[in-house]
Design a protein around this ligand. Structure first.
Ligand SMILES: [Zn+2]
Ligand SMILES: [Zn+2]
Length: 271
């Protein structure tokens, strides 16, 4: 069955369900009789699951049927107070975070409704890629911190920097070190200071941003597909006497998770 024919049948089924003179009973009847053999097993069970989800949760989640416009979702609606896209599936094993990643962010959350022939389980797309925090149960998201250059005890620069990979919990912000790379890779502020001389402030900021993106691509390729950001480590003074705190701040975030990542992560000087 072609995508065009499938979408046409899908449109007919949902317009039938939406029509007050016809409704879900007739939509199910047509799907089970007229269209079942045309759709084939996979097409039929997928559409049946969508129709069941729409019938059961249409009101609760304020669902509208998504068209076939490349948004990679079957419905859009609300989950609590969040604008949310829903993808209905009968088998979670075939779903990958990377399929959804390009459509995430910009204040829209993404859920998967898994149908097991009797019930739906609503799963967060983040569950496909990120483990849960042992303290609060929220998702832990990996990122790399590009630390400043290392010095020996005589204050001599060592021509290398640490690049620890941490995961941060988006609930309680606890940090976990996953891996540590040591290489001559300047921190974003070192790059800004040293590697973009003779340019205007605006050009330097732009090339530093480009630098962050390049490092992100490098570490994502080298370490984990689920890497979601680059951070810098710096001291923030809170008064004139020099009191303050150290923190990690994102210099690049993957748009897919930028709504949920913390703005800054307080941490020690030695990390
Ligand atoms: Zn936590
Ligand atoms: Zn430090």
């Amino acid at each position: 069955m072609s995508a065009h024919n499938y979408n046409e049948i899908r449109r007919i089924i949902f317009s039938t369900a939406n029509n007050p003179n016809k409704g879900f009973l007739l939509a199910h009847e047509w799907l089970d009789s007229t269209y079942k053999s045309k759709l084939g097993y996979k097409g039929y069970s997928g559409l049946k699951a969508e129709l069941n989800f729409y019938q059961r949760y249409g009101q609760d989640f304020k669902l509208t049927v998504a068209g076939d416009m490349g948004e990679h979702a079957d419905f859009s609606g609300m989950y609590g107070s969040l604008a949310t896209r829903f993808d209905v599936t009968t088998n979670i094993d075939y779903k990958k975070f990377s399929e959804y990643e390009p459509f995430m962010g910009n204040g829209i959350s993404y859920k998967i409704a898994l149908y097991d022939k009797t019930n739906f389980e609503v799963i967060d797309v983040l569950d496909l890629a990120f483990p849960n925090c042992q303290w609060c149960g929220e998702h832990e998201i990996p990122f790399v911190a590009l630390l400043g250059e290392n010095y020996n005890r005589h204050g001599m620069p060592l021509m290398h920097n640490d690049q620890p990979t941490f995961s941060v919990c988006i609930g309680c912000q606890s940090l976990r070190e996953l891996k540590r790379n040591i290489d001559f890779i300047p921190s974003p502020s070192e790059y800004f200071e040293r590697h973009a001389m003779g340019e205007t402030e605006e050009q330097r900021l732009k090339s530093t941003q480009q630098y962050n993106i390049e490092q992100y691509k490098y570490f994502r390729r080298e370490f984990t597909d689920n890497l979601m950001g680059i951070a810098s480590h710096s001291y923030h003074m809170t008064d004139r006497k020099g009191d303050g705190y150290w923190s990690l701040n994102f210099t690049f975030q993957n748009r897919a998770v930028s709504d949920v990542l913390p703005f800054e992560i307080e941490c020690g000087h030695d990390i």
